[in-house]
Design a protein around this ligand. Sequence first.
Ligand code: B12
Ligand code: SF4
Length: 504
Amino acid sequence: MRILAVYPHLKSGEKKTDTKRYFPWGFATILSCLKNDGHQIRLIDAYGEDLVRLEVEVLLDKEPFDCVCVSGFASMNYVFVCWLSEVIKKRFGKPVIVGGVLADHHFNLLLRKKYADICVLGEGEKTAVELMRNLDSLDSVKGIAYLKNGEVKVNEKNKIIENLDDLAMPDFDLWNMPRYTTGDNLWLDDKTTRIEGFDDDFYDDLDKFKPNMSIFAGRGCPYSCKFCSKSFENFRVKSIPRIIKEMKLLKDRFGIKAFHFYDELLIYRKDRTIEFCKAVKDIGVYWDCQARVNTINKDILSILKASNCISVGLGFESGSNKMLKAMNKCITREQSLEVLRGIKETGMHVKLQFMFGYPGENKHTVKETIELVEKSALPPRRMLWCTPLPGSPLYDEAVREGIVKDEEAHLKNLAKGMNHPGHVFANVSGSSDRKMSSLYLWAHMMMEFNYLKIILRKHKNPKNPLVRNSIFRLLRYTVAYFGLAPLCAKVYHKLKNLSKKSSG
Ligand code: B12
Ligand code: SF4
């Protein structure tokens, strides 16, 4: 079978502005399994190659194909997948098979609206191979949904891959690998991970971390945070020798010097962490990863640092125990404070992750978060405005409560971005959009103000880039919070005209 494989562009129409490109291990493994099963694969990688729709359309004509396999890696890809499917149906009349998170949560919509002929549900390696062998007897294929006599039919689930060491390696020849190795895939991009007091020059030269690449060591997560849309039901990890084998292969073949582990949870058990860190240190590469506040402490941070781990992402989410409990985050404010102390003592660089606007959020709970950020002495990061993600318990609640009224409209909104003051479309907080937008801007303004106070104690010079950037960000949020943008624009144009007149 001649399969045309398409990986969607995340921005669905515009060129990317950053160079971050995480290698799509899931889709790449599927394609590798299909190739090993004798199929001919042609790939259009709109994400990696940064191809907008017109460019994709030109490529479709290049060679004939029998069917299209597209990955809907997130719900946000709905808009791209619909567009692609319409073009394929109209111009080529070939079947469209959709897999990934989009298919998992929206197969009903995709099938009923005829944007997909078949949806592959869940882990796709086994299913994709079985499906391609049995395209004319879909009843026998486990793990798919499709239309039968105008009705959506969901077949029995397929078995999961128990041992992730059995996974095929991607066929890297299919992908334009430099696109995935020469960008900024590490969590170090804007110095937001830098702690005051640890500003040594180690992180000044980011070239020593290049080329770099994303990789993963497991699938799933054993926790159940209510806002999270989990891709895999079961938590499984690869063996340490297998991970090291993959890292070595990538190091030898593409010269990779640093790896970004995009597992939801890489650091979860002390004994495995120690063994893993030792093995990674031996191959002489840098790396970063995601951990949890309750799976990390000062000792573990020191172990990570000693093994060339250069940054850790940590979902603190909130400084309020009330909110943490509501989210089922399984951590407390006290644990967060303890971890922050460990971070300060070890100098480990961290990417703080916070959430704003979870149900029940109010000025008091936001203040508790701001206070926690202040204690970190780290530059404030954007708090993500909680947006119900399909596949999460929070989304189901938002549908029940009528906050999300129409699935398709929600997907189109998600494609434009998560909630933020200029685009509030699914506010679950319980307070009005106006009140929450104002609170959001106030929180950011306060965090910037607190950070500026901290850094001014050390760097008195306003020309210092840290101070200058912080003042700039503070001004930006202050202007937005007080609604001063129109006034500022007027003043700016007046000044511009004045300077034109005087120079004329
Ligand atoms: C890496 C990653 C990113 C990367 C994407 C890089 C890339 N190469 O595509 C970046 C950083 C860009 C990113 C961005 C975002 N992400 Co993200 N991301 C992930 C992450 C951590 C890993 C994805 C991955 O590779 N998974 C591992 C592989 C093995 O799984 P997989 O891709 O799903 O593929 C398997 C199956 O789905 C299936 N399959 C997939 N495609 C196909 C196709 C066919 C034909 C078949 C047969 C099968 C099949 O088989 C595969 C192998 O079994 C996931 C969480 C996770 N662990 O999945 C979140 C996740 C996908 N992201 C998520 C979100 C919310 C976002 C953002 C909105 C974040 C933000 N606030 O901006 C943006 C959205 C961008 C956009 N416009 O679409 C959510 C999506 C939830 C949802 N319902 O949509 C997830 C699930 C995280 C979460 N728990 O909330 N993300
Ligand atoms: S937010 Fe993180 S820890 Fe919580 S369930 Fe999702 S992946 Fe697991």
